[in-house]
Design a protein around this ligand. Structure first.
Ligand code: PRX
Length: 654
C-alpha cells in the first residue's frame, strides 16, 4: 500500500488558486492547452522549433512502426550546442549556469561561457581517446560540475552516456558497463558525502577486475576527494590532464533527431535492470518545454534548484538538459541535506537566492519530522515555486511544504513521470491551475493520459484504475537497450487489444469528478523507496546469491518517511538455520544486499522464516507478506497451497 490511500485522499478538500500576482506573470498560458488540443503534432513541432536545429525537420512524428516512434526524424541538432553555445552566441555567456556547492563548504560558479569552454575541451579529450559517435561512455561521478560537463561532452560528439548513480555497487556498475559495452568510464577519486569522502575509483577498479572480458579501454578520473587511489598505467588518466592537453575549440556537428543521447538503467519486474534508451530531438523538446512551463521559468531572474542526483532521470532532465536548454541559472549541491547539520538545504537557498525548488516527498517528510524551526532559521523568502517528484506526495506533506518552506504562498506542483517518459507528463501548470494537495492533476499540454480498468474500459470519474499514456510523446523511451522484445512486452502489451498507442506505466491512479488525477503507486513488483525505483526480483536474486539463503521474497512496505521500505522474508538453508541466530543472519544479509546492489537497496528488515506463502502454481503471494510487513490483518489466504503458512509466519514474527 502506498502512502496515499485513496480513502484519505478523497477527503482532501483544500484548494489553492494562484495569486493574481503569480497568474499575471506566469509563463504558461491557457492557450497552450487549446493549441495542443487543436493539433497535438503541430503543437509539439512548434515547441521543437524553439530549439536550434542544424537542419529543420519536415515530419513531426513517424509512428508507422509502433511502438518505435521517430520524432522530427529528418531534422538535425546538437543537444550540447542547444544547452551551451546557443546561449553564449545570444549574448548570455556571462550568465551563471551553475552555482555549485561542495559538501565541505567549497563552491564554484560557472557561467555559460565557462561551461561551454569546459565541454569543448572535454569533447576533444574524448575524441583523442578514440570515442566517436554512437560509442557508449559510462559516467560514475559525484554531484560535481564535471558530471554535467562529461554528459554534455559525450552528447556533443554524438556518443551515448550511461550515468550510473554513485551509490551503486561494483557489481551493478559492471553489469551496466557490460550491457551497454561502454568503452570509457568517467569517474572521480571520490566525492564528499555525509562528512567523509566516498571513494568511487576503487569501485570502478573492482568492477573492471571482475572476471570476464570487459570493453573499457580508458578510465578518466576527476580529482575531487583527494583520497589515495590505485592507478592502472595506460588505462587511467586524470581528467584535468586530459582536458589541459585537449584543443580549446570544438565545432558542434548536427546529429539526427533520433540519434541516441543516453541509456539509463532502471529497475523493472525482473532481476535484470533495463537500459532505457532516449534520443535527442524529442527528448530535448519535451524537457525544455516542461522545465519552462511547469516551473514557470524566468531565466533572467530565477535561480532553479533540482536536488536530484544526476544518476537518476530527474537529474538528467531537470539538472542537466532542461535547465541548460532554457539558459537557466541553477544550484548544484554535492552532499546530503544534513551535512554538517540538518539545515544545510535552507542555508543554500538563502545563500544563492533560490527561487524554484524541485525535491522529493521523502525529503520533505524527513524535514517535517525534524521540525519547522530548522528551515525557519534561514531566509527562504526568495522561493516562489516548489515542485515534487518521484513518489506520491501525501496532502499533509504538500501543505507543510507550501506553508513552511514556501511561506504559505508558493504554488506546489506535483509532477508525475518516469525514467521511461523522459520528461514530466502530469502536472498542474502554475499560475493557471487551482492546486489540490496530493493530486498531480492534469496531463501537460500535448500529452494524452487515460485511466483504464483491468479490462481496458475507460473508468468513469470518480474512479480508480491503471494509468495509460494513450498517444506517443516526444520524450518517450525509444526502447530497451539491446532488447526490443522486452520493450514491447513490458510497456505495450498490457492493453495491446486497444491499439498500438497504449503505454502502460505500471501505476495505479484515481480520477476525480473534476478530471484530476491522483497517483496511487505501482501496481507491479516495482518498489519506490525514497523516490528511487527498486525491483523486488532484483533484491530477491541478490539475497539468494548468498550461500546461506534457500529462498527469499521481498516486498515494499509502507513507510511514513521513505514512502516504501524494503522488507525481506528469507528461508535459510537447513544447515545454516541451526548455526546462526536470526539476528545474525539478517545483519549479514542486509549488508550482502548493499554490497551486491548498493546501499539504497539494503532491506529495512529481514525476517527469517521457515515457509513462504505460495499459490498452487508456486507463485509467491507478496500481497500477504505485505500485510505482515505493514502489521495489517492478513488478507484472503484461500488460494494458498498450504493455508497454514501465514499463521506460521505471523506467529514467528510476534
Ligand atoms: O510510480 C511512479 C513514481 O515513480 C515511478 C517512476 O520512477 P522513476 O523511473 O525512478 O522516475 C522517478 C522520477 C521521475 C512512477 O512509475 N512517481 C514518479 N513521480 C510521481 C510518482 N508517483 C506519484 N506521484 C508522482 N509525482
Amino acid at each position: 500500500m502506498p502512502i496515499n490511500s485513496i480513502d484519505s485522499l478523497l477527503q482532501e478538500e483544500r484548494r489553492f488558486p494562484p495569486t493574481e500576482e503569480f497568474a499575471g506573470n506566469a509563463v504558461a498560458t491557457r492557450s497552450l492547452y487549446e493549441e495542443a488540443a487543436d493539433d497535438r503534432l503541430a503543437f509539439w513541432a512548434k515547441q521543437a522549433r524553439s530549439l536550434h536545429w542544424h537542419q529543420d525537420f519536415t515530419e513531426t512524428l513517424d509512428w508507422s512502426n509502433p511502438p518505435f516512434a521517430r520524432w522530427f526524424a529528418d531534422g538535425k541538432l546538437n543537444v550540447a550546442y542547444n544547452c551551451l553555445d546557443r546561449h553564449v552566441e545570444a549574448g548570455n555567456g556571462d550568465r551563471v549556469a551553475i552555482h555549485w556547492e561542495g559538501e565541505p563548504g567549497d563552491s564554484r560558479s560557472l557561467t555559460y561561457s565557462d561551461l561551454t569552454a569546459e565541454v569543448k575541451r572535454a569533447a576533444n579529450a574524448m575524441i583523442t581517446l578514440g570515442i566517436t559517435a554512437g560509442d557508449r561512455v559510462a559516467i560514475y561521478l559525484p554531484m560535481i560540475p564535471e558530471a554535467i560537463v562529461a554528459m554534455l561532452a559525450v552528447a556533443r560528439i554524438g556518443a551515448i552516456h550511461s550515468v550510473v548513480f554513485g551509490g551503486f555497487s561494483a557489481e551493478s556498475l559492471r553489469a551496466r558497463i557490460d550491457d551497454a559495452q561502454a568503452k570509457l568510464v568517467i569517474t572521480a577519486d571520490g566525492g564528499w558525502r555525509k562528512g567523509t569522502v566516498l571513494p568511487l575509483k576503487p569501485t570502478v577498479d573492482a568492477a573492471l577486475a571482475k572476471s570476464g572480458e570487459h570493453p573499457v579501454t580508458n578510465v578518466l578520473v576527476v580529482k575531487r576527494g583527494e583520497n589515495e587511489i590505485a592507478w592502472a598505467e595506460g588505462r587511467d588518466l586524470w581528467w584535468h590532464d586530459a582536458l589541459a592537453d585537449a584543443p580549446a575549440e570544438h565545432v558542434a556537428e548536427g546529429f539526427e533527431a533520433e540519434h541516441p543521447l543516453f541509456i539509463l538503467y532502471t529497475s523493472g519486474t525482473t532481476g535484470r535492470p533495463k537500459g532505457i534508451l532516449h534520443t535527442s530531438g524529442g527528448y530535448l523538446t519535451q524537457v525544455a518545454f516542461t522545465h519552462k512551463n511547469v516551473f514557470d521559468l524566468h531565466p533572467e531572474t530565477d535561480v532553479f534548484w533540482c536536488t536530484a542526483d544526476v544518476g537518476w532521470v530527474t537529474g538528467h532532465s531537470y539538472v542537466v538538459y532542461g535547465p541548460l536548454a532554457n539558459g537557466a541559472t541553477q544550484v548544484m549541491y554535492e552532499g546530503v541535506p544534513d551535512a554538517p547539520a540538518p539545515g544545510r538545504w535552507w542555508k543554500i537557498i538563502e545563500k544563492y537566492g533560490v527561487s524554484i525548488l524541485y525535491a522529493a516527498p521523502t525529503a520533505i517528510r524527513t524535514f517535517m519530522k525534524l521540525g519547522r524551526e530548522i528551515p525557519q532559521a534561514s531566509d527562504l523568502s526568495s522561493l516562489r515555486l516548489l515542485g515534487s517528484v518521484g513518489e506520491p506526495i501525501n496532502p499533509e506533506a504538500w501543505v507543510w511544504y507550501r506553508e513552511v518552506i514556501g511561506g504559505g504562498s508558493t504554488p506546489v506542483v506535483d509532477t508525475w513521470w518516469q525514467t521511461e517518459t523522459g520528461a514530466i507528463m502530469i502536472s498542474a501548470l502554475p499560475g493557471i491551475a487551482t492546486l489540490k494537495p496530493g493530486s498531480a492533476q492534469v496531463p501537460i499540454p500535448g500529452i494524452s493520459i487515460v485511466i483504464l480498468g483491468e479490462d481496458g474500459t475507460r473508468v468513469d470519474p470518480p474512479n480508480g484504475g491503471l494509468l495509460v499514456v494513450s498517444e506517443p510523446w516526444p520524450a518517450m523511451l525509444r526502447g530497451i537497450w539491446g532488447d526490443p522484445e522486452r520493450f514491447k512486452e513490458t510497456y505495450w502489451s498490457r492493453f495491446a487489444a486497444l491499439g498500438d498507442s497504449t503505454y502502460f506505466a505500471g501505476d495505479g491512479a484515481h480520477v476525480d469528478a473534476d478530471g484530476d488525477i491522483w497517483l496511487l503507486g505501482r501496481v507491479d513488483d516495482v518498489m519506490n523507496i525514497s523516490g528511487h525505483r527498486l525491483s523486488t526480483a532484483e533484491i530477491e536474486s541478490a539475497l539468494v546469491s548468498h550461500p546461506i539463503v534457500a529462498e527469499a521474497a521481498v516486498v515494499g512496505a509502507a513507510d511514513a518517511t521513505t514512502g516504501q521500505a524494503v522488507v525481506a522474508f528469507v528461508i535459510l538453508r537447513s544447515k545454516q538455520a541451526d548455526k546462526q541466530t536470526s539476528d545474525e543472519a539478517s545483519a549479514l544479509l542486509r549488508s550482502h544486499v548493499a554490497q551486491q546492489i548498493g546501499a539504497i537497496a539494503r532491506p529495512r528488515e529481514i525476517f527469517i522464516v521457515t515457509e513462504l506463502p505460495k499459490t498452487r502454481s508456486g507463485k509467491i503471494m507478496r500481497r500477504l507478506l505485505q500485510d505482515v510487513a505493514e502489521g495489517r490483518e492478513i488478507g484472503d489466504t484461500t488460494t494458498l497451497a498450504d493455508t497454514s503458512v501465514m499463521q506460521l509466519i505471523s506467529d514467528k514474527l510476534k
